[in-house]
Design a protein around this ligand. Structure first.
Ligand code: FAD
Length: 472
């Protein structure tokens, strides 16, 4: 693995290597950061951080978000679009357009990137400030390469689904900014060396956990909370909700008793699901939490919510750990099946998003597709964004095969609902996700992406096989 110490070394490496795979923390869930014989370029040493004026921070691609956040916290600042795994690097999260639980309020990484420095396939540097280069009316960018040579980069004409987060190949819109072409390009168009990110004053947060009795009730609560938040953002009402996470009944059942003990609460006796809600509280908090309790009551939720008081970040972290214990428990179960049943058993999971008003229909589709195939599964994730992760818990290799069939059927269903099967994790080298990308934009859409790549990386040097193969 190569570890360039600065941007100059990175550029030299890219210029001379035949095949490159840039990596950050390698937390990719799509095989995007898993090498297949390329020179693996770690950005770890590009870890400089400098606070700018006007609420910006300049950070090297190798800065872990947890470290970025620590630096920002010391100055009362915050970077909102942090994925659930905060060990991910700045470069990796830009490359995948990562999104956190609070996308509902803050959007995905894309909205927070002000400027980037990218090393192109020939080793030249492209420094882009948002607003400097936009697509021509005819639908292309002209990029000056070394020696003044011009590369004309076409903007694909496919229409992206209108959802709050999307990590499904190249961003494409009339008049788009060139920065946006690189955000979410998964290392296939250039290596991101550093970025200037927007930050905000650190919000004061409370976290509340509420038990629900059915998917329908969880969605009703989320619906009401989204409405409350929208009112608050219009300047009316006390309840500022930034994120609503959902854990379904089977997810709850995977949690060991210790997870509840660590969170400081008993395992709910009758709940069939749980909501974990992040509430932002500016000053006097009582109004917000009172309104929250009223929403739960109106939706028929039994029992009082468990609340981490505003500013009690430790208690909040304990509640979020309970949420994180779900994927950990499911992954452990998959690993155990792999060890004891068949070595080819793998995580078989989806990352679908639909417009929120289609959420009930979407969840019903998940359950129907898995139930018809007799599969055991758990569902959790970012309910406020319409982005839940269905995870099969395979007990055989056949379950993996049927799980993938189910996920493909779900992908087609969510596309028909105006959603996308590739919300935040990207496409990577997963054959299933690459198939989903073709379902979303058709073969011609993926060909349009190939045309973009060919202009910027004619020798197919950068992350070959990520997003799509070189040829159909
Ligand atoms: C427990 C867990 C929870 C997660 N939760 C979320 C979540 O809530 N939201 C979410 O969006 N994702 C989530 N992920 C997925 C993952 O963390 C994100 O995709 C993250 O953005 C990857 O960052 P990384 O630094 O690990 O990148 P890597 O995994 O190293 O790389 C990811 C891709 O980006 C490319 N890349 C990396 N660095 C660069 C660079 N400098 N320039 C160009 N290309 C580059 C790689 O080639 C690869 O294709 C989760 C993963 C785990 C394990």
């Amino acid at each position: 693995m190569a570890r360039p110490r600065d941007i100059g070394e990175l550029a030299a490496l890219v210029a001379y290597a035949d095949r490159i795979l840039p990596v950050g923390a390698q937390s990719s869930l799509t095989g995007g950061a898993t090498p297949r014989g390329e020179v693996v370029v770690s950005t770890r040493a590009l870890n400089h951080v400098g606070l700018g004026t006007d609420h910006t921070v300049r950070a090297g691609a190798g800065v872990a978000l947890v470290d970025l956040q620590r630096t920002l916290t010391a100055h009362g600042l915050y970077y909102p679009p942090v994925p659930t795994f905060d060990g991910a690097f700045v470069g990796g999260t830009i490359a995948t357009n990562a999104a956190g639980a609070a996308t509902f309020k803050y959007g995905s990484t894309r909205q927070w990137v002000e400027a980037i420095t990218v090393v192109l396939a020939d080793g030249s540097l492209l420094r882009l400030q948002r607003g400097d280069v936009t697509a021509s009316d005819e639908g292309w960018f002209d990029i000056a390469g070394p020696g003044g040579q011009l590369a004309r980069v076409p903007v694909p004409s496919y229409r992206m689904p209108d959802v709050p987060k999307l990590s499904a190949g190249y961003f494409a819109k009339p008049g788009m900014d060139l920065v946006d072409l690189f955000v979410g390009s998964e290392g296939t168009l250039g290596v991101i060396a550093e970025a200037t990110l927007r930050v905000i004053p650190a919000p004061r947060r409370a976290v509340a956990l509420a038990a629900t009795q059915s998917d329908a009730q969880a969605i009703a609560v989320a619906h009401a909370l989204r409405d409350e938040a929208a009112r608050r953002w219009r300047g009316d009402g006390p309840l500022d909700v930034a994120a609503i996470e959902y854990i379904d009944e089977m997810s709850l059942a995977q949690l060991p008793d210790e997870a509840f003990t660590r969170a400081g609460l008993p395992r709910p006796a009758t709940a069939s699901g749980m909501l974990i809600v992040q509430i932002e509280v500016a000053g006097d908090e009582s109004g917000a939490l009172e309104r929250f309790a009223q929403v739960l009551e109106r939706c028929g939720c039994a029992g009082d919510p468990v609340v981490a008081a505003p500013g009690d970040d430790r208690a909040a972290a304990r509640l979020f750990e309970l949420r994180e214990a779900v994927p950990a428990a499911v992954n452990a179960r998959v690993a155990a099946a792999k060890a004891s049943i068949h070595p080819d058993i793998q995580k078989t999971a989806g990352d679908m998003i639909v417009p929120f008003h289609r959420m009930a229909e979407c969840l019903a589709l998940y359950r129907d597709c898995f139930a018809r195939r007799g599969l055991t599964y758990a569902i959790w994730g970012h309910l406020s964004d319409g982005n839940l992760h269905p995870n099969v818990m395979p007990a055989s290799l056949d379950d993996v095969v049927r799980g993938r069939e189910a996920l493909l059927e779900i992908a087609k269903g969510v596309i028909a609902m105006g959603g996308a099967p590739l919300a935040e994790h990207g496409v990577g080298r997963s054959a299933l996700k690459q198939q989903m990308l073709r379902e979303l934009y058709g073969e011609t859409g993926v060909d349009a992406m190939r045309a973009v790549k060919r202009t910027l990386d004619p020798s197919w040097k950068l992350s070959p096989g990520v997003l799509f193969p070189e040829r159909r």
